[in-house]
Ligand binder design. Sequence first.
Ligand code: AQP
Length: 335
Amino acid sequence: DKQIFSGIQPTSIPHLGNYFGAIKQWVDMQNSLSKDQDTRPMIISIVDLHAITLPKDPRILNDYIYKCAATLVSCGIDPERNILYQQSQVAYHGQLSWILGCKVTMPQLGRMHQFKFKSDGLAEVPLGLYTYPVLQAADILLYRATHVPVGEDQLQHLELCRTIADKFNNTYSTNYFPSPIPLQGEFTRLKSLRDPSKKMSKSDADSNSRIELVDPPEIIEKKIKKAVTDSERLISYKPDKRPGLSTLIDLECAVTGQLPEEVAERCMLQAIDKSEYKKHVSKLLIEHLAPIQAKYKKLINDKKLLDDILDDGAKKANKIAEKNFHDICKIIGSR
Ligand code: AQP
């Protein structure tokens, strides 16, 4: 059977990178899944334990868990048809993480790009930042997931998860863990609006670098206006030479489904300049996000409903996790 698993960190409100790189895929999959008999409900975890690998104020973390849940539901994730839950409400994640940590080496973890990037310049590097991919492997393998929709930035972690699954299976002469395969949409890496050499990220200190899904229209306009481009006046799509401007074209394409070359050609024919083009992209984004924002406004004020959604999801997730963890303990020789 096919089991899809994916996660998102409640480190801030999801942004357009999370949306086009992951959340939109989840919604599309959910809508095609109902027709696919061999697929179990998709599991989506709000990974709060991952979110504390770097310091996080407890009130802020709590707030973002609700905001993340409300955003996902507003984007179209149906908590009835999927399992939407908060990672720390299923204790088996941490327990399996320990077992899997015994199947991975320090050099393997030290090679992870995310670890190198996030630990760079820190006076003290938390162990959790280093073992992050082991907990991520536990998230995935706990549900014996076969397919993991992720953005390009997470591919290396998923590869390590496959290595860990193989190692476990070989050690215990079993095929208990499937080798989960990444599912990638067409739109896998959205760049920062302030520095296109970086990806758009929730934890970037400069909030102008990302557009959050609930940013009001005037903020979207302001952020697009401030987006770094270059000194050429007209529009062309050249991700290497004009990365900032090309990111804006990527955004238009993500919303409309057009090809970047088509967009660039139209702009050239109409002699549209950068400032006009920015206004056009802002308008498209504002229109695209309006229905999501309308749902979000209602949902975010209904804490009781959000609690019910997350509690119900945790119940369903725990049921699967408990059985699987019990089987895993037997495989390793525990009682
Ligand atoms: N810029 C991006 N473009 C495309 N996809 C992206 N994703 C993240 N950034 C981009 C995808 O979103 C999913 C959820 O990401 P996450 O919350 O687990 O953490 P992340 O990948 O580390 O994303 P952020 O926004 O950069 O969060 P912080 O700053 O907290 O680390 C993943 O599938 C990811 O690929």
